[in-house]
Design a protein around this ligand. Structure first.
Ligand code: ZN
Length: 298
């Protein structure tokens, strides 16, 4: 199954048509997209999709599509998880996963604009495969991870490289959690949608130029092992997201460097999930005095 958040409502999608889950279930199931991040609901949702009449499937426009998981409880990400990216980073290959978090307010939709301030000169892209947790996982066995996974989507782990590596202490989480720095989508595809779940393709393009391309079979720590490792110390819940790392080709390791600028188009594609298309929009610096003014006017 492929799930999408269309105008804030949980839907099953098939090509360019959507089935509203709440309506199709006669409101036995909620319209909140959280409904499909519990694998307990998947058999019921599969029946709904199979039993729906032609008239219940309606076409939708891309501008109606929001992030498939709009309010994750937490967003965990991993650094240096593809050999190609570990090599280009010159930071070496870690023996164990190196994780950090992105805060959930950074999440935005697959066709939303990514906003950057004119003052930020080193904003970078990172195409990633993103996993949505589908059940409580604590000390989970790697062999059980895929059966407890709600689905897979595409994501961008957008990063302010200046802030990320600022001395004396690097701050990954803040530098990767600005508003709109975590677009995800367009759909959440269940594990059975992939011919080989351990070989998920991933492509990133900037203004049509392919800048990243990889498969998850290259991962240093594969997805089940990564999620099991995280769950040894941190309980994962339905709707939590795991960004599984980015391959080579990020902007700050290119010669010359390639950073996001106003007007650029960032595309992130996974076969079976589709293609996110985010336009980068520059905005004037948001100062405290202008925020105070906005509050006054509101
Ligand atoms: Zn990343």
């Amino acid at each position: 199954m492929r799930f999408a958040n269309i105008n804030g409502r949980a839907c099953i999608v098939s090509d360019d048509r959507a089935l509203d889950i709440a309506a199709a279930s006669e409101h036995a199931l909620p319209s909140d997209p959280a409904v499909y991040t519990s694998v307990d609901h998947h058999p019921r949702l599969r029946d709904l999709g199979n039993d729906a009449s032609e008239g219940e499937w309606v076409t939708f426009a891309s501008e109606d599509v929001g992030p498939p998981v709009p309010r994750p409880g937490k967003v965990i990400a991993v650094a240096l998880n593809y050999p190609s990216h570990a090599k280009e980073s010159t930071l070496g290959t870690p023996d164990e996963p190196v994780v950090f978090s992105k805060v959930s307010s950074a999440i935005c939709g697959p066709y939303d604009t990514v906003e950057i301030s004119a003052e930020w000169s080193r904003i970078d892209y990172e195409a990633e495969v993103v996993v949505a947790i589908g059940a409580v996982m604590r000390d989970v066995d790697p062999a059980a991870v895929w059966s407890l996974t709600a689905g897979v989507t595409a994501g961008q782990d957008i990063s302010d490289r200046e802030e990320q590596f600022r001395e004396p202490l690097r701050q990954f989480s803040y530098a990767k959690s600005y508003d709109t720095f975590a677009p995800i989508g367009p759909v959440l595809a269940t594990v059975d949608e992939f011919p080989d779940i351990d070989d998920i393709g991933l492509v990133g393009r900037l203004d049509g130029l392919q800048v990243q391309s990889a498969s998850t079979k290259e991962l240093i720590t594969n997805i089940p092992d990564l999620i099991a490792w995280i769950s040894e110390r941190m309980t994962l819940h339905p709707g939590d997201l795991v960004f599984t790392g980015t391959p080579a080709g990020v902007g700050n390791r290119r010669t010359p460097p390639l950073f996001l600028r106003d007007g650029m188009t960032l595309e992130t594609e996974i076969p079976g999930v589709g293609c996110m298309r985010n336009i980068v929009r520059g905005r004037s610096p948001r100062r405290l005095d202008s925020q105070a003014k906005e509050r006054q006017e509101a």
